[in-house]
Ligand binder design. Structure first.
Ligand SMILES: [Cu+2]
Length: 153
């Protein structure tokens, strides 16, 4: 009976750990600069990640033809001429993951020229670490409850 209650508590703690929004701001906003090379038909690096509130400065360098970079949902974009660098600055105030797409028709595979902006602290790491700790706790409790108890007469 007591053990079931503990299990219930552990399960509850697990759910909270998975889904509760963490109110902590893991780090104060900073300016982050990225140099992204655009060539047919990819961005390099293809993924960038920042913390919410950060000022993102992207230097887009085109190595072959004219390429663009449009950030989904943020609605900001930039165009870089061949061999040129263009700079885009915006504040990453929306958390989540957003597509970066080329907004200049640059060739046959143009629609597949896609990158990713990830805005958010690495919550999954902390959540899975918390879950792992819970699993270990449950095993400890389970072992204890299965131990034969010595009763004194
Ligand atoms: Cu392109």
């Amino acid at each position: 009976m007591r053990f079931n209650f503990l299990l219930f508590l552990l399960g509850l703690a697990g759910l909270v750990m998975m889904f509760a929004p963490l109110p902590v701001q893991s780090s104060p906003p900073v300016e982050r600069e990225f140099r992204i090379e655009a060539s047919q038909y990819a961005y390099s690096p293809g993924e960038i990640s920042v913390n919410p509130g950060d000022t993102v400065k992207i230097h887009l360098v085109s190595t072959d033809v004219v390429h663009g970079l449009y950030v989904d949902e943020y609605g900001v974009s930039i165009t870089a001429d061949p061999g040129q660098t263009a700079t885009l600055t915006f504040v990453a105030d929306k958390p989540g993951s957003f597509r970066l797409r080329c907004n200049v028709t640059c060739g046959a595979m143009h629609p597949f020229m896609i990158g990713k902006l990830y805005v958010g602290p690495n919550l999954w790491f902390y959540r899975s670490a918390g879950l792992a700790a819970l699993v270990i706790l449950s095993i400890v409790f389970w072992k204890r409850s299965n131990q034969p108890t010595i009763t004194a007469n």
